[in-house]
Design a binder for this molecule. Structure first.
Ligand SMILES: Cc1cc2nc3c(=O)[nH]c(=O)nc-3n(C[C@H](O)[C@H](O)[C@H](O)COP(=O)(O)OP(=O)(O)OC[C@H]3O[C@@H](n4cnc5c(N)ncnc54)[C@H](O)[C@@H]3O)c2cc1C
Length: 516
């Protein structure tokens, strides 16, 4: 049994330990495009807030830092994938290097480097209702030291997939293959494909960048797909931006006007995909037919079995992948893999594909909240038990916002909409003295059916399908879903009533109670 003296000593040690934990108003997870957006908006809109960004990698950029495969580039234009507050002045489709350089300028111009701590991988986050704060446990990659940091609010900008560990199906015979196997998310430094036979498995946006890039020096690149994908092609230039620049319009205006034009065009295109899917499919497929000529088997290789925009439509600038196919440097095979062999791949049609290198452009391992283990007052948090408020907050989870961007438009547009909302919420809490906030169903929502995160009818990429059981759930009303509807969100987010019944605030914490 402990004496009173021991109890006092133990609690003194605990207090000393807790006192040594650094504390911040806001902790941002991740220094990708969303985390840097969060930091910029915090500085501007909540200038008194004291915040930190923890990033597990050794530099900023997220996706654009961790992806190193040949040809790596955006398939969104950078007017909308870039920030609203910093003009993009290069060609709209940008390489990872160009995106990193743009982000570097944002960090420098806004003095954001001081807030970022690299090589800090967060492993756990524990909410204490009594203290009204999160305690985050991270491990430092450089020293292997584990550290704790506490924060009032967690701003989750960790993206949606596991970095450095792409999704690769487990095919029979993979160990027999004598060549090299590479995943674009974990690209080996030593890979040399000059003059080699390459098979790229997959036909999404990543395959569409890897194929033309490798075809430049490989002896041949075969894109092996199970199911064809829709592609759009066009010049790597935007007419309205060119016209405005010819008129010597200021780059801030060029950026803003071009953004609006692009978002208007994207929205009209998405509407057409829903209202006249066959017409859009015919246009997209007709374009590929024109690029590849009348003798090419477009029906087999470029005619997807689903309507446009149920999966992401990749943009191929200057049609470079199709030029490589037309020139015979690359080709497409639509088939199923039976097994890997010593020299390549045996297909279910019994054909074989010889390869020196096999690239598995087979997608992501989606994760939720950066694989961080969450507890709420010591209870493990299962995200599937929570319901999302507009795809950014969650029932039963206080003081936390999640950035999940757009898929049909640029991700960043939504990151910034959420950033503005979070800053407004933080300012509101500061003004009212609230210590915590969490969303909760209103009386009018009580009978609302609860569904999986994703509406498969609307958008159904495989990585989302694989992750449905670990993702939060959604309701049927607009407030309780993650929508892809930018034009609505653009109007609705700034108008959200922070005193609405769906926000539950708490004003007291342990220190307040102790003072009473
Ligand atoms: C090859 C490729 C091309 C893409 N092209 C486009 C495009 O053109 N347009 C588009 O809209 N979208 C595109 N996307 C989707 C893209 O991921 C997002 O648009 C965007 O980059 C996500 O930014 P983010 O900052 O939210 O997340 P990420 O870029 O994923 O960055 C998250 C950061 O958080 C860090 N992190 C994660 N977990 C932890 C943890 N536990 N502790 C500490 N740090 C952590 C990561 O290290 C990373 O740096 C593409 C994706 C890929 C893979």
């Amino acid at each position: 049994m402990q004496t009173q003296q021991q109890t006092r000593t133990n609690s003194a040690v605990k207090d000393k330990h807790e006192a040594s934990i650094e504390h911040f108003d806001v902790l941002i997870v991740g220094a990708g495009i969303s985390g840097i957006a969060g930091a910029y908006h915090l500085r501007k809109e909540c200038p008194d807030s004291n915040f930190v960004i923890l990033e597990s990698e050794e530099s900023f950029g997220g996706t654009w830092w961790t992806h190193r495969s040949p040809g790596i580039r955006s398939d969104s234009d950078l007017h909308t994938f870039g920030y609203g507050f910093k003009p993009w002045i290069g060609p709209p489709i940008a390489t990872a290097k160009e995106i990193l350089s743009y982000m570097g300028e944002v960090i420098e111009e806004n003095d954001l480097a001081q807030y970022i701590r690299y090589r800090h991988k967060i492993l756990k986050a524990d909410w204490s209702e009594v203290d009204g704060q999160w305690t985050v446990g991270a491990v430092r990659a450089d020293t292997e030291e584990t550290i704790k940091i506490s924060a009032n609010f967690l701003w989750m900008c960790q993206g949606y997939y596991r970095h450095n560990e792409g999704y690769t199906p487990n095919w029979d015979g993979m160990a027999d293959f004598k060549g090299q196997i590479a995943h674009p998310e974990n690209w080996p430094n030593d890979i040399n494909y000059d003059g080699k036979k390459v098979v790229v498995i997959g036909s999404g946006a990543t395959a569409a960048t890897v194929v033309p890039a490798m075809a430049q020096t490989a002896s041949h690149v075969t894109m092996l797909q199970r199911t064809p994908t829709f592609f759009r092609t066009g010049r790597n230039a935007i007419d309205i931006a060119e016209q405005l620049r010819n008129l010597r319009v200021d780059e801030n205006w060029v950026h803003e006007i071009t953004r609006r034009q692009i978002m208007t065009d994207q929205s009209a295109f998405t509407q057409r995909c829903l209202s006249e899917p066959q017409g859009v499919a015919d246009e997209l497929i007709g374009n590929i037919r024109n690029l590849l000529g009348p003798d090419y088997d477009v029906d087999t290789h470029f005619t997807p079995p689903y309507r446009p925009w149920r999966q992401r439509i990749a943009f191929v600038p200057d049609a470079d992948m199709f030029k490589a196919i037309a020139a015979g440097k690359a080709s497409v095979v639509t088939d199923h893999i039976d097994r890997f062999t010593e020299t390549g791949i045996l297909l279910q049609s019994n054909k074989t594909l010889d390869a020196d290198i096999i690239v598995t452009a087979t997608g992501f391992n989606m994760n939720v909240m950066g694989d961080i283990v969450f507890t709420i007052d010591g209870e493990a948090l299962d995200w599937h038990d929570t319901l999302t408020y507009r795809g950014m907050m969650f029932t039963g989870v206080p003081n936390l916002a999640w950035v999940f961007g757009y898929f049909r438009g640029s991700w960043t547009i939504r990151s910034e909409l959420i950033a503005e909302f979070v800053c407004r919420l933080l300012n509101h809490m500061r003004e009212t003295g609230a210590k915590s906030v969490q969303p909760a169903l209103r009386a009018e929502d009580e009978d609302m059916p609860l569904l999986d995160w994703m509406d498969e009818e609307d958008f159904n990429p495989n990585y989302l399908k694989r992750a449905v059981s670990i993702l939060p759930r959604r309701g049927t009303k607009q407030e309780w879903r993650h929508t892809q509807d930018h034009w609505n969100e653009k109007k609705e987010f700034p108008a959200i009533d922070l005193e609405g019944e769906e926000f539950v605030y708490r004003w007291d914490t342990r220190s307040d109670m102790a003072a009473e």
